[in-house]
Design a protein. Structure first.
Length: 402
């Protein structure tokens, strides 16, 4: 067992010492049976959660009334405790979302769950636990989670009847908290994004989750192929999301793809820096394929930095659709590599103090502008010596004063 499980089972043992029944439940048990690394743990206990707060003062009750959990920080990962007070462990398992999550592991090593649950874990099939209508009525987000788990769990697939039920029942995701939707989307894209999108389409949810996504057969197949290639090479979440938002049609609202990416990711409570990077990747995705503009590349490199540029080249390469695109991508990559090498030569750049001393300048915004111009000159032209850098500044100052 890893540290997360060891600490979670210690929580269960503490609860049993207090006279309660407690067991590890849900995804952690599923992952243990599948040989998948466990990242977090859930404990089910027959005690009211409010009564457990004094036992775990570091814990925090979260969630709306009736659906609260006690969040317990561990040395590794986290543990959530839920209550089935007034019922039994078997009753708790009956209302779990999917059969593969309707399993429990007791302190003595006993695995509790139905034959169907164990069989679905062995076959790695995602099936609703009980009647799909009941599970989706309890939480419509489970339809989105079906696609996310299919994408995130190695070797798992959604049962066709589960996807058909989602399509027929059309669970209203607009009633779910946006950050919950955003979490499912993020985890789906971090897994196998092409699987995530295909299951969403089978569930009839593509248009609801991604309004404006191009869904004609060849367009959607192209997007899925791009996402599969990006996942195969370990592309970042920002690149995967940018590829998705680059496949949008023009909306009547007039919003372009970068605006829609920014609006959606902000609503989903994705980190601000990540949302901004995705929007900028979408905005500049054609730069490297349609023109050879060294000034634009230098400006973008100077403004956004090397990690952003590497992500942009990764995205653009997968968006190439003809030989002209591939040739232009190669030419621009060569231009960028030269710039990136020149940018490493920090020793050639005079400091702000040296610039002021050399040209008898007072501190102020002009010095900052000169320093920025010097960095851009280093990227675009390169300097063989500090004297050459000073000469560059001298010409620049003369141009400003003439």
């Amino acid at each position: 067992m890893n540290g997360i499980l060891k600490n979670a089972m210690a929580v269960a043992a503490r609860l049993e010492e207090e006279g309660w029944e407690a067991a590890l439940v849900g995804g952690a048990v599923r992952d243990l049976l599948c040989g998948i690394p466990v990242s977090d743990a859930d404990i089910a206990v027959n005690a009211p959660l409010q009564g457990l707060v004094p036992l775990f003062p570091e814990g925090k009750l979260i969630g709306p009334a009736g659906k609260q959990v006690l969040l317990l920080p561990l040395e590794e990962g986290r543990c959530e405790a839920s209550s089935y007070a007034g019922a039994s462990l078997a009753d708790d398992l009956l209302v779990r979302d999917f059969t593969v999550n309707a399993l429990a592991l007791r302190q003595n090593g006993e695995i509790v769950g139905s034959r169907r649950a164990r069989a679905d874990v062995s076959a790695r099939i995602l099936r609703f636990n009980g009647t799909p209508a009941d599970r989706l009525a309890e939480d419509p987000l489970r339809a989105l989670r079906l696609a996310r788990l299919a994408a995130a769990l190695p070797g798992f697939s959604a049962d066709p009847s589960a996807a058909s039920a989602c399509r027929e029942l059309r669970p209203p995701l607009d009633g779910c908290a946006p950050e919950r939707v955003g979490r499912e989307v993020r985890l789906g894209l971090e897994g196998r994004p092409h699987v995530f999108l295909k299951v969403l389409k089978k569930c009839g949810l593509l248009g609801e989750v991604f309004p404006g996504l191009l869904t004609r057969e060849y367009e959607f197949a192209r997007l899925c192929a791009v996402e599969e290639e990006l996942a195969g090479e370990g592309a970042s979440l920002a690149v995967r999301a940018a590829a998705l938002f680059s496949s949008m049609r023009v909306m009547a609202s007039g919003e372009d793809e970068p605006q829609r990416a920014s609006a959606a990711l902000t609503e989903w409570r994705w980190p601000g820096r990540l949302a901004a990077e995705v929007a900028e990747l979408v905005r500049h995705r054609r730069l490297l394929l349609e023109t050879r503009d060294s000034d634009a590349i230098a400006a973008l490199f100077g403004d956004r930095g090397a990690p952003f540029m590497d992500n942009l080249f990764t995205l653009a390469r997968r968006l190439c659709v003809n030989e002209s695109h591939r040739r232009r991508w190669g030419e621009n990559r060569a231009v960028y590599v030269s710039m990136a090498v020149r940018a490493l030569r920090d020793e050639m750049l005079p400091t702000g103090e040296e610039i002021m001393e050399k040209f008898s300048l007072e501190p102020g915004p002009e010095v900052g502008k000169l320093a920025d111009a010097l960095k851009m000159g280093r990227i675009k032209e390169g300097f063989e010596s500090r004297e050459e850098a000073f000469h560059f500044l001298e010409k620049l100052i003369k141009r400003f004063t003439d």
